[in-house]
Design a protein around this ligand. Structure first.
Ligand code: HEC
Ligand code: HEC
Length: 340
C-alpha cells in the first residue's frame, strides 16, 4: 500500500465515524422527541377515572357502617335542613347552604373541590391556623365560614358520619396517591382590576336565571333551596374561601352555570374573574376575629378580602386586583408563588 491509498483509507474511516456520529445524534434526537411527545400526551390524557367509580350510597347495605355512611351523605347534601335553624334550638349551620352546593355531586366532581381521597391528605399543615390540622378541623373550617355556623364536636355522631362518608369516597385511592382533579383548576386571571360593570353584565346574562336578580337563589321552602343564594344572610360569610375573588373565579369558570365541567367551560377567564368580583362585593354575614387568621402573614392568600396583610397594597386591591403586582411582590420578597 502506498502513502496515498493509506490516506484514502484514513478518510474513509473518518467518514464512517462521521456517519455513525450522525446516526447516534439522530437516535438521541428521536429519544428526546418521543420523551417530550409522551409527556404532552400524558398531560392531555390525565387519568380522571377515579371520578367515574360508583359513589352511590344506595349500593350500601343497612349494616351499622352502611347506615353511618348514608347518614353522612344526607348531612352532606341536606346540611342546612338537618343542622340548621329549622332542626335545632342551637344550630350548627347559620345559612341556607349545604356542603353539596360547593363540593358538587356530593363531593365527587373533578375540580369542584372534590372530597374523594381527602381522608388521605389529612392531617395537613394549614396556613390559616399555622398548625397541622386534622380532617375534623378542616370540616369545621367550612362549618364556621362556608356554612356561617359553628364547630361540630369532634366525637359527635354528625362528625363521625361525615368522616365515614369521606372515608368511603376515598376507598379506591391509595395511601399517598396524588389524584388528578383535586381542589380547583387555575385560571389565567387578567392583569387588571375586576371590572364590576362587566361583572354585573355577566351575572345578568349567565347567573340570574337560577340565582335570581338579587342573588338570593330560589327557595322551595324557608330552609330548602332549589338554587342557593350567592350573598346575603343565607350565604357564606366573609371569612369563607369562596369570598376570595380568585378562588371564586376558579370555581365559577369550571363549574357554573350548572352543568359546566372543567373540560367544557362556558365563561372565559375574564368573565369568571369579573363576575366573581361582582358577587363578592355584595353584603354577606360577617365572621368575628378574622384578623387572627394566618398568623404568618405572608402565607395569606393574596385575594383574602380582609386585612392585615404582609404588604402595603390596599385592601381594595386585595379584593379586586390587579393581582400581578401582588404576585410579584411575594415572589420577590418571600419566594412564594400565590395563585389565589
Ligand atoms: C360556599 C362554598 C362551600 C361550602 C358550602 C362548603 N365548602 Fe368545603 N370548601 C370550600 C372551599 C372554597 C374550600 C377550599 C378550596 C381551596 O381553596 O383549595 C373547601 C375545602 C373543604 C375541605 C378540604 C378539601 C381539600 O381538598 O383539602 C373539606 C374536607 C371541606 N371543604 C368540607 C366541607 C363540608 C363537610 C361542608 C359542609 C358542612 C363544606 N365543606 C361546605 C367551599 C365550601
Ligand atoms: C342552571 C342554573 C344555574 C345557573 C345558570 C348558575 N348556577 Fe350557580 N349554582 C347552581 C346550583 C344548583 C348550585 C348548587 C350546586 C348543587 O347543589 O349541585 C350553584 C352553586 C353556585 C355557587 C356556590 C354556592 C353558593 O351559593 O355560593 C356559586 C358561587 C355559584 N353557583 C355562582 C354562579 C355564577 C357566578 C353563575 C353565573 C356565571 C351561576 N352560578 C350560574 C345553579 C346555577
Amino acid at each position: 500500500m502506498d502513502k496515498n491509498s493509506s490516506k484514502v483509507f484514513f478518510y474513509k474511516g473518518l467518514r464512517k465515524i462521521q456517519n455513525s456520529l450522525y446516526f447516534f445524534f439522530f437516535i438521541i434526537a428521536l429519544l428526546v422527541f418521543s420523551y417530550l411527545a409522551r409527556d404532552n400526551f400524558s398531560e392531555e390524557e390525565a387519568d380522571y377515572s377515579i371520578y367515574s367509580m360508583s359513589y352511590d350510597t344506595n349500593i350500601l347495605p343497612d349494616s351499622p357502617r352502611g347506615l353511618e355512611i348514608k347518614y353522612g351523605y344526607r348531612l352532606f347534601i341536606e346540611t342546612s335542613q338537618m343542622l340548621g335553624v329549622k332542626s335545632k334550638e342551637n344550630p350548627y349551620v347559620g345559612n341556607a347552604l349545604s356542603c353539596n352546593n360547593c363540593h358538587l355531586n356530593a363531593g365527587t366532581q373533578a375540580f369542584a373541590i372534590p372530597l374523594i381521597g381527602v381522608n388521605k391528605r389529612f392531617p395537613q399543615y394549614r396556613g390559616r391556623e399555622n398548625k397541622t390540622g386534622s380532617l375534623e378541623e378542616r370540616i369545621n373550617g367550612c362549618f364556621e365560614r362556608s356554612m356561617n355556623g359553628k364547630n361540630l364536636k369532634e366525637n359527635s355522631k354528625e362528625m363521625k358520619a361525615l368522616l365515614a362518608y369521606m372515608n368511603w369516597l376515598g376507598r379506591y385511592v391509595k395511601e399517598d396517591e396524588i389524584i388528578n382533579g383535586k381542589g380547583l383548576l387555575k385560571i389565567n386571571y387578567p392583569d387588571r382590576a375586576v371590572n364590576l360593570i362587566n361583572g354585573k353584565q355577566v351575572f345578568d346574562k349567565h347567573c340570574v336565571e337560577c340565582h335570581g336578580e338579587d342573588g338570593q337563589g330560589e327557595k322551595i321552602d324557608n330552609y330548602t333551596f332549589m338554587y342557593p343564594p350567592l350573598w346575603g344572610s343565607n350565604s357564606y360569610n366573609n371569612g369563607a374561601g369562596m369570598t376570595r375573588v380568585l378562588t371564586a373565579a376558579m370555581f365559577i369558570k369550571y363549574n357554573m352555570p350548572q352543568g359546566t365541567t372543567f373540560d367544557n367551560p362556558v365563561l372565559t377567564d375574564e368573565e369568571s374573574y369579573d363576575v366573581a368580583g361582582y358577587i363578592n362585593q355584595q353584603l354577606r354575614p360577617a365572621k368575628l376575629n378574622l384578623e387572627a387568621d394566618f398568623p404568618i402573614r405572608e402565607k395569606k392568600p393574596m385575594s383574602t378580602p380582609y386585612p392585615p396583610y404582609a404588604d402595603s397594597f390596599s385592601q381594595t386591591q386585595h379584593q379586586l386586583g390587579p393581582f400581578k403586582p401582588i404576585f410579584e411582590y411575594y415572589k420577590k420578597n418571600y419566594n412564594i408563588e400565590k395563585n389565589k
